[in-house]
Design a protein around this ligand. Structure first.
Ligand code: DGJ
Length: 726
């Protein structure tokens, strides 16, 4: 077989070079190169050629996916580790006969497996790589210790090269109630490295690390992006060397002694996901297509949820909660979630985590009266849990203090007056599993909101205090898997003080991420936009909150609150007992609008406008066949100029004519008159090209309000007539 492999999918090409019994070198990852003959592929391999005088080594090459120091890579190596100082610079060789196994899966996924070994370092490596039909690439590495002495692993990382024209970096930071804050910088020489040492993905998670052409936006500029599917400590980095190499890489961040590979043992990295696209929306589309293609992706419509947290907090009064259920049902909610405060002595956040038994004090008749009420109202029931946490004031901590993480004889700092239960202890794991199983067996719980409210600190496994984050993270995955297997139909949401655990590792077993504890729609614009660059909208919790935001104190009308929540897995987190009849009616219109467009919202392509300023943002969801689309045009602040302000609508078929209307769920249509943009009254019919290039004037609104625009194909000059509408 040729040593050059060309894999193609949905506009992406990947060319791997397996020459000279070396681990694969990526000769091209990016835009589709079309059909290539052997000669053309061989020519691509020359891309790795460096003029002799310019190279520090006589023979130099491009970086392999598991970069080896021994092969001339002077950046971060793929394997870091040793046996008491030996075998720290492995040089892997594949079998010359068959360097790779290449298969095509039933769904069209191209899968490549490459095995290599270093007989001197007593290490073997297996590199798996998949290119999925939607163009998403993923890869992981398994390292096996074939020696007799323990191999102390420091890092095992996979990298992908990006071309020299990727001169700009974008990744994300953030904090509690302000997740997915984008940060941009030049791709300079050195490493831009994001190190997670907090034991969870993070409110400040890197989320996506993107390298792209100068000024790349949502719809323009080539972009290469990576994401590590892992919920524990990790390092994701962009590295540029003096020789012109640019790579994006990632792997778990291991503490000293955390992974000691015994004789014959192996360790496998989390999957590294990668996508290329023209603009961020195309990159996001590849992640969404992959997530949507998995068998565990929810097949049934996402139930509109009402959660009692910002409505009643720890006040678990049955009458108050059943009233909330009734009001929720009236406005169209389909699932009721009982949040924190139902167990042990938990009347506030100081106590009882770890005692997952219904509080007799708050719930003298158990949860039955509430659950029966929820069912009678036509809703399903969900329950909040925080299984990895323990309060020192709990029966669990009193009985098993040794199950609490502690390093160096210390328990580490308290956070929210709680500690972390080390699920690496089989007894701790069994305790939580058995208590949760008892609840799931006893009550009709369709859904768990799985919270995780603190950073890990001094996370040592007692009694020795060895680093325990990796074992704990794997135990969390195992626990979720075990509960899901034993309770078919159960769904789990990943929450972590808001959006602190949003990654493709936890999303293998969860169907919703809580994007943020901040439900202020102004803040949510950025939070949701960033979150949905990775996660499709149907897996992102988006709630309608109170008039006055509990986190920012800002006040917003319902058009902005509901108009911002509309786009994901819709929920309500508002004390509906405080609402007027008019507000309840208006809210019910919004919920009905969501459910009537839910299929589009939850299967379509997410698009974002590239704005000339930051006063008006536009984003939308376009049907996969481009027959219809919905957009939110949000006024974030007063524009600097008086206008006219036009908004361009991305994602439509340029050759098709669309009827665009201004939708006003819950409100009367606009009357014609001075100050009203004419098309906003009756709608307008224009081609997708015109809407994308020239756009439409915006009906002026006060800042921190928004409009919903709908575009429906009415027949195309290009011939495509996906759906006829008058
Ligand atoms: C943090 C979550 O993000 C909130 O939604 C809520 O569930 C609280 N924890 C409860 O303690």
């Amino acid at each position: 077989m040729s040593t050059l492999l060309h894999l193609r999918a949905a506009g992406t090409s990947l060319v791997l070079d397996l020459a000279d019994q070396l681990l694969p070198v990526v000769r091209h990852w990016g835009a589709d190169l079309g059909e290539l003959g052997e000669d053309e592929l061989q020519a691509l391999a020359l891309a790795g050629w460096v003029a002799r005088g310019d190279s520090p080594f006589d023979r130099a090459d491009q970086v392999s996916m598991l970069p080896e120091h021994a092969r001339g890579w002077l950046g971060r190596p793929g394997v870091e580790g040793s046996r008491a100082g030996r075998d720290w610079s492995p040089a892997f060789r594949t079998s010359g006969e068959a360097p790779a196994t290449v298969t095509t899966e039933a769904d069209g996924t191209r899968r490549v497996v490459v095995r290599g070994g270093d007989a001197c370092a007593y290490l073997e490596v297996e590199l798996e790589l998949e290119l999925h039909p939607g163009g998403l690439l993923r890869t992981r590495t398994t390292l096996t210790n074939t020696g007799e002495e323990v191999y102390d692993l420091g890092a095992l990382r996979t990298t992908l090269p990006v071309p020299e024209r990727a001169t700009e970096l974008l990744d994300f930071a953030g904090r509690h109630t302000m997740e997915r804050v984008p940060q941009r910088q030049p791709f300079d020489i050195g490493a831009h490295s994001r190190e997670v040492r907090t034991g969870r993905t993070g409110l400040d998670a890197v989320h996506l690390l993107c390298a792209g052409e100068p000024g790349f936006g949502f719809g323009s500029g080539q972009v290469w992006a990576v994401h590590l599917g892992w919920s524990g400590n990790q390092t994701t980095y962009a590295e540029r060397l003096f020789n012109g190499s640019r790579v994006l890489g990632s792997g778990e961040r291991l503490e000293h002694g955390e992974v000691r590979i015994g004789a014959g043992e192996r360790v496998t990295t989390p999957w590294l996901y990668a996508a290329h696209g023209t603009g961020l929306d195309e990159v996001a589309g590849r992640f969404h297509a992959w997530l949507r293609s998995r068998p565990q992706h929810p097949a049934r419509p996402r139930p509109v949820t009402i959660n009692n947290w910002e409505a009643t907090y720890f006040d678990h009064d049955l009458a108050r909660l059943t009233d909330l259920v009734d009001r929720g049902a009236r406005v169209g909610a389909e699932r009721f979630v009982l949040d924190d405060g139902w167990f042990g002595g938990r009347r506030d956040d100081t106590t009882s985590l770890g005692d997952w038994v219904v509080s007799e004090d708050a719930w003298p008749d158990g949860l039955d009266p509430l659950i029966e009420h929820v069912h009678a109202a036509g809703m399903e029931f969900g329950l909040w849990v925080e299984p990895e946490m323990v309060s020192l004031d709990s029966d669990l901590a009193r009985a098993h203090p040794e199950w609490i993480f502690a390093a160096g004889g210390r328990r580490g700092l308290e956070s929210r007056q709680q500690h972390v239960l080390d699920l690496g202890h089989p007894g701790a794991y069994a305790h939580v599993r058995d208590q949760l199983t008892a609840l799931l067996d006893r009550y009709a719980i369709a859904y768990l909101k799985w919270d995780h409210n603190r950073y890990l600190n001094d996370a040592g496994h007692t009694p020795g205090g060895e680093p325990g984050v990796r074992a704990h993270t794997l135990a969390v995955y195992r626990l979720m898997d075990e509960l899901l297997a034993a309770h078919p139909g159960l769904e789990i949401e990943s929450c972590s003080a808001g959006g602190g655990r949003v990654d493709l590792g936890v999303l293998e077993r969860t169907v919703r991420v809580w994007a943020s504890d901040c439900i202020d729609p102004l803040e949510r614009q950025q939070i949701q936009r960033g979150t949905m660059l990775l996660v499709p909208p149907e897996l992102v919790g988006t709630h309608v909150a109170s008039r006055e935001s509990h986190t920012t104190g800002r006040r917003h009308d319902l058009d902005f609150r509901a108009g911002t929540a509309l786009w994901g897995h819709l929920g309500i987190e508002w004390d509906l007992a405080t609402c007027s009849e008019e507000e309840l009616t208006e809210l019910s219109h919004w919920v009905a609008f969501h459910t009537s467009h839910r299929e589009l919202l939850h299967t379509g392509r997410v698009v974002n406008g590239d704005h000339h300023d930051d006063a008006t943002w536009v984003h939308g969801t376009v049907a996969q066949d481009r027959s219809e689309a919905l957009y939110q045009v949000a006024s974030l602040r007063r524009p600097d100029t008086t206008g006219p302000h036009r908004v361009r609508l991305p994602g439509l078929d340029p050759a098709v004519r669309y009827r665009v209307t201004l939708e006003s769920p819950g409100q009367d249509p606009l009357p014609a008159g001075l100050g009203v943009v004419p098309w906003a009254v009756d709608g307008i019919t224009l081609t997708g090209r015109l809407l994308a290039e020239a756009g439409l004037p915006v009906q002026p609104t006060d800042p921190e309000h928004s409009q919903i625009w709908r575009a429906v194909a009415v027949g195309g000059s290009g011939g495509a007539t996906p759906r006829m509408t008058a």
